[in-house]
Design a protein. Structure first.
Length: 623
């Protein structure tokens, strides 16, 4: 979502995304936030699955009209976007990729309009409270999607420096594809065979956007080329694309295992890598020469209108870019006061720039290897988990593991989270940047673990996935401002969970607050105020004290993902506001454990609906 934070979403036309921060499938349903499409990975499966109906006497009671529509939507999107199905644990379409052509995009928006009309026709007065809320949520998601339909140029820019660009989507999909049986492994082989066509579809989209004047800036495309070159550096069994065949199920007979490995290596060399090379050649030869120097949306035709819609969709508020910019400046100042308080606490003799240089260069603050980074995060999670019952009345059953981010994403890649599958067969995963051990100080690890794992994204997504009475789309997707707002709010719970005991970890927390606040300033600066990349970098370095390499990667991400960076701080502020509101209303009867369940047990919501849920919870407690 961290995400989308990262939330790592699989993006769809209109900005719909399946948070891969969740079951999102790893994510799941759609988060129709405002992001350009980037998940398009295969051949469209025409038509819906038609199951034979059992005899009338054997049929279960018919669901309400609303529930039937929710189920139909869920099924149709699984067929239209087979990747979604895989991420959320539905392997029926594991041999297919979505239709990334113009026809596929048109089909998505057609479904969106149809669903909006059918949702509007439901007899709301006859529905129970939960179904009415579900109708409101799904309507809002489709409205957000429809608002993006006219922005074809922007939506074409799917190769970029975001955490989940098109050039990384296929390897990510393979990493989530099961190979426990021979049939599942052959589904992966079928997807590999489909990938060249999928890449050609994306190149066609990139060309169409280029003709409309929409090409990412040169620096962003340099990142894309670096990632593609890394993917092309190894072949056969040494390739990252061979990964599914390294975990073949033990129930597969040895001769079949050997054959599958041979076929997998051949598919990598003969189908996948030539397609990657084709994409690389297009970006280097045709696309990059047309790239502008700077990439803020205000520099593109109609770009300010695109940004206005994206800000509204991502934040689920009516806040203007100017208002968000001002909020960011105020929150940066608050976080810097916290940073200064920590500096004084340590007794450091120098000023803040000298303190920041010390924290970012002294060897005592760095791990010595990627394995030490992973072990460090596992230790933090192990310390936090026994403390969670003090803040949460119920905890999810799904476990969370820690693994390394694929190295081809680079030293600057942000940490992220993938949620458990809805069928319970796949755990949640915190993806840590083990490659950055020499440049990313360890004093920031506690805050990041709270955000990406527990009680942040894992607790949130895993809990939602287990709410069996909820429609599936509410269990596995939602709104980025909720998801990332909760993740950032989770960082504030560190003291209550036994963390931030040393001043340097507290400095890491304050730096993270400054980082997310500075995003409000920088994102709006780049896309609404015409800031250059260098202006954004200079501001971020001065505001946060983060090391230059990471800031550069961050700024390229904001250029690639307009408005997504706004969701963290805007969302956190709402969670803090609602907690304070509930405490003031309930006084000594306020129970933090019950409050957290109240905000988690409805799935991801737009902020106004979240506030309504909390208001109703407060009212019920006062009765």
């Amino acid at each position: 979502m961290q995400s989308p934070c990262g939330l790592q979403p699989e993006k769809l036309p209109g900005g719909a995304w399946n948070l891969r921060k969740a079951a999102r499938p790893q994510h799941g349903a759609l988060i129709i936030a405002t992001m350009k499409s980037a998940l398009r990975t295969c051949v469209f499966a025409a038509g819906l699955l038609v199951a034979m109906a059992p005899p009338l006497w054997a049929q279960a009671p018919q669901p309400s009209p609303a529930k039937a529509l929710f189920d139909e939507y869920w099924s149709r999107t699984a067929v239209m976007y087979p990747e979604w199905a895989t991420y959320r644990g539905d392997n029926r379409f594991g041999d297919k990729l979505n239709d990334g052509s113009l026809a596929g995009r048109t089909r998505w928006y057609g479904l969106s309009r149809e669903m909006l009309a059918r949702l509007a026709a439901l007899p709301m007065a006859q529905l129970d409270a939960q179904d009415r809320l579900s109708v409101e949520i799904l309507t809002r998601q489709f409205q957000a999607s429809q608002a993006m339909e006219g922005f074809t140029g922007f939506e074409s820019m799917t190769v970029d420096a975001s955490p989940w660009p098109f050039q990384a989507s296929f390897s990510s999909l393979l990493r989530s594809s099961p190979t426990a049986t021979e049939a599942q492994a052959r589904q992966v082989l079928a997807r590999m065979a489909a990938y060249p066509l999928r890449v050609e579809q994306e190149i066609t989209n990139l060309r169409a956007g280029m003709a409309l004047g929409w090409v990412p800036p040169r620096r962003v495309l340099d990142v894309v080329l670096q990632q593609l070159d890394t993917q092309l550096a190894a072949r056969g069994e040494a390739s990252m694309y061979f990964e599914p065949f390294t975990r073949l199920g033990t129930g597969i007979a040895q001769p079949a295992r050997d054959a599958l490995r041979r076929e997998g290596a051949a598919a990598v060399d003969q189908q996948v890598l030539p397609a990657v090379q084709r994409l690389r050649d297009f970006v280097a030869t045709d696309y990059r020469p047309k790239a502008p120097d700077e990439g803020g949306l205000s520099r593109y035709p109609g770009g300010l209108k695109v940004y206005e819609v994206m800000v509204r969709n991502q934040t689920t508020t009516d806040l203007s870019a100017d208002a968000i910019h001002a909020i960011g400046l105020a929150q940066v100042a608050t976080a810097q006061q916290g940073m200064e308080a920590v500096r004084r606490e340590t007794g450091f003799a120098g000023d803040m720039p000298a303190f920041i240089k010390y924290l970012n260069t002294d060897p005592r603050f760095f791990k010595r290897s990627g394995e030490e980074v992973l072990a460090g995060y596992r230790d933090i999670i192990k310390r936090v988990e026994p403390e969670l019952p003090r803040l949460f009345a119920q905890l999810p059953r799904a476990p969370v593991g820690v693994r390394a981010i694929p190295e081809f994403l680079g030293v600057g890649a942000v940490e992220s989270y993938n949620g458990p599958s809805l069928d319970g067969t796949r755990p949640g995963w915190f993806n840590a940047n083990a490659l950055a051990f020499a440049v990313r100080p360890a004093w920031g690890m506690e805050a990041i673990a709270l955000h990406e794992a527990v009680p942040g994204h894992h607790l949130q997504f895993a809990r939602a996935s287990e709410l069996a009475d909820m429609p599936m789309f509410r269990r596995s997707g939602g709104f980025a401002v909720y998801a990332e707002g909760w993740g950032l709010y989770a960082e504030t719970l560190g003291p209550e969970l036994g963390l931030y005991k040393d001043p340097y970890s507290r400095f890491g927390f304050q730096t993270n607050q400054a980082w997310r606040a500075a995003r409000l300033v920088v994102d709006t600066g780049i896309h609404a105020r015409g800031w250059t990349r260098q202006q954004a970098i200079d501001y971020m370095v001065a505001a946060t004290g983060m090391e230059l390499n990471r800031v550069e990667w961050e700024v390229d991400r904001y250029i690639s993902q307009p408005a997504q960076a706004l969701t963290y701080m805007i969302g956190q502020l709402k969670f803090l506001e609602l907690r304070d509101k509930a405490q003031r209303a309930l006084g000594p009867h306020f129970d933090i454990r019950q409050f957290h369940m109240a905000v988690l047990d409805q799935g991801q919501l737009p902020l106004d609906l979240l506030e309504r849920v909390v208001d109703e919870w407060i009212k019920a407690k006062l009765q």
